[in-house]
Design a protein around this ligand. Structure first.
Ligand SMILES: NC(=O)c1ccc[n+]([C@@H]2O[C@H](COP(=O)([O-])OP(=O)(O)OC[C@H]3O[C@@H](n4cnc5c(N)ncnc54)[C@H](OP(=O)(O)O)[C@@H]3O)[C@@H](O)[C@H]2O)c1
Length: 284
């Protein structure tokens, strides 16, 4: 596998950073080098000998996407940009790896399968769902739907560690359930797909292990960090009742991993990756 033929977009985000570690010879771009939301920029980019686009770019501020500027930015990078990538991929015969989210669903099904109809609740979710649809016109793709991404950058585990170290006893929602996905795991799945070349299409990807609520995830973070802060459960409705600008969130974000497992991939238990992640954070 010649990673010098890979292009990473959004290379300085959480996933992009992990992909740069996984593929050190890949061409890494951010929105200054290659604004994928702009078709003329994408069209005029020097595609040289690139064979594969790893699209780690996205507008991921779920609540920000509910604002005027936010919804324009979200639709630009989460939808239009994916249409642009599908279009250039068709012209240059590129393989596109793109990342989608549990937010394309309303969170009513107990377990999300790949073929569940799209049912986003929020602007972020709708913009990501439109991206999924845009990519579907170009078959040579892996669309990876994932949840609760944790890597190098702003994320839930880092926020809770900071609060924990400041002796805060947080109140955390306990009725949203899913599994975290460490960027190391996402990078491992992508590498597995390249090496094993299963059928193109959509795959659910998260860490394996028990389904967990945000409140219980916080307890696990504190346990691994040796912190004895108290976590109080609350409901999503209660937590957001005074935050009218907040996006609606799916309550169940749990992915069925059978399809990716059937390709020979064995998901790592999130409990193991969390321990490693917390250990590294505390040693920094
Ligand atoms: N974070 C989560 O919990 C989560 C959950 C499920 C799915 N996902 C999906 O996973 C993917 C990666 O998420 P992440 O957490 O790694 O994202 P992230 O840390 O927010 O990084 C996203 C990157 O996208 C870049 N970007 C934004 N607009 C761009 C544009 N027009 N052209 C090129 N690059 C642009 C940003 O770079 P600039 O600073 O240069 O703009 C940023 O570095 C996204 O598709 C996201 O929707 C994330």
């Amino acid at each position: 596998m010649d990673d010098s033929k890979f292009l990473i977009t959004g290379a300085h985000g959480q996933l992009g950073t992990a992909l740069q570690v996984q593929y050190p010879n890949a061409q890494a771009t951010d929105s200054n080098d290659l604004n994928i939301a702009d078709w003329q920029t994408v069209k005029n980019f020097d595609w040289g000998n690139i064979t594969t686009v790893l699209n780690a770019a996205g507008y991921t501020n779920v609540d920000g996407a509910e604002s005027y500027e936010g919804r324009i930015a979200a639709w630009g990078v989460n939808s239009q940009a994916v249409a642009n990538l599908a279009r250039i991929a068709q012209q240059k015969d590129l393989l596109v790896v793109h990342i989608s989210t549990d937010y394309v669903f309303d969170g009513i099904q107990k377990l999300h399968k790949e073929d569940e109809p799209l049912s986003p609740l929020s602007t972020y979710g709708a913009s990501k769902a439109a991206g999924d649809v845009a990519l579907s016109v170009w078959a040579k793709h892996y669309l990876l739907r994932t949840s609760w991404v944790i890597g190098e950058g702003k994320n839930f585990v880092r926020t809770m560690l900071e609060l924990g170290q400041k002796a805060v006893n947080p109140t955390v929602v306990s009725d949203q359930v899913g599994r975290p996905t460490f960027t190391s795991e996402l990078a491992r799945v992508i590498d597995h797909l390249f090496k094993n070349q299963p059928a193109f299409g959509t795959y659910n990807v998260s860490n394996g292990g028990q389904a967990v609520s945000w409140a219980d995830l916080t307890r696990a973070i504190f346990e691994d960090a040796g912190l004895d802060n108290t976590v109080t459960d609350t409901t999503t409705a209660e937590y957001y009742k005074d935050k009218p600008q907040a996006a609606a969130r799916p309550l169940i974000s749990l992915f069925d991993l059978t399809k990716i497992e059937s390709t020979g991939f064995e998901p790592t238990d999130w409990r193991d990756d969390l321990k490693e992640y917390v250990k590294k954070e505390l040693n920094q």
